[in-house]
Design a protein around this ligand. Sequence first.
Ligand code: B12
Length: 210
Amino acid sequence: MEELKQLVVEGREDLVPERVRTLLGGGADAEGIMKKALIPAMDEVGGLFQSGEIYLPEMLVAAEAMKSGLAVLTPILKGSGAKPLGRAVLGTMRGDMHDIGKNLVAISLEGAGFEVIDLGVDVPAEAFVEAVRANRPQVVGMSALLSSTMPAMKSAIEALRDAGLRDGVKIMVGGAPVNIEFAREIGADFYGRDSVAGKVFAVETATASA
Ligand code: B12
């Protein structure tokens, strides 16, 4: 695990998928690989970037290495055969290009039987409004990794309210700088610390409205 984490930190996209397969072959579980190697690697990279030991290109290469490992794990994390449970709209806020956490939430929701409408990154408030109007999801998930893009969550919630769509959906927010106080302040229904918390909330919401 430690070796895999290091390979991700070093951005070795050429070696990461193989290493993940080897760990799986040796009996490691997908969740464990995620929690013990891939996510801690991103935390380490964030720290190195903050302290000026690495720069943006290295952070980008490490993110690609993380994604290459995640690609091996995705089919396992999604599982199979979960019956359709509901619909969810997900997106990373306008101005924000971070999508690894949001993608993990999408994988968890799909694994639980959700149809996920993933709006991608840099999503303007109007796109959330349009997607909710068109798809009538039970849950909307918003992700922000930058302090500067957190306020866009408030704008998107207000836009949903102005469009008369707010009461028909539950809104969950997440991302490293987001916390429960902020979620309350902007009128979100739920703050999810990680993708599993998001999944549990979404499943409860869809089950209650079924
Ligand atoms: C990888 C990375 C990048 C990659 C992103 C690649 C990609 N495709 O995502 C690249 C290199 C492009 C990048 C760019 C930048 N980054 Co960056 N990046 C990171 C890094 C190292 C890891 C993020 C990550 O993927 N983590 C792993 C995932 C799994 O965790 P996560 O996103 O937090 O998601 C989990 C939970 O938060 C939760 N979650 C997330 N979203 C949601 C949503 C819902 C609904 C729910 C329920 C849960 C949930 O579930 C997930 C796991 O279970 C972080 C450091 C860090 N520790 O966060 C910095 C970091 C976020 N970046 C930072 C910065 C400053 C930047 C840049 C501004 C740098 C620059 N000078 O240009 C740019 C901004 C570009 C932009 N406009 O978005 C800062 C942000 C500081 C701040 N608070 O504002 C950080 C914290 C680094 C640092 N310590 O300084 N970055």
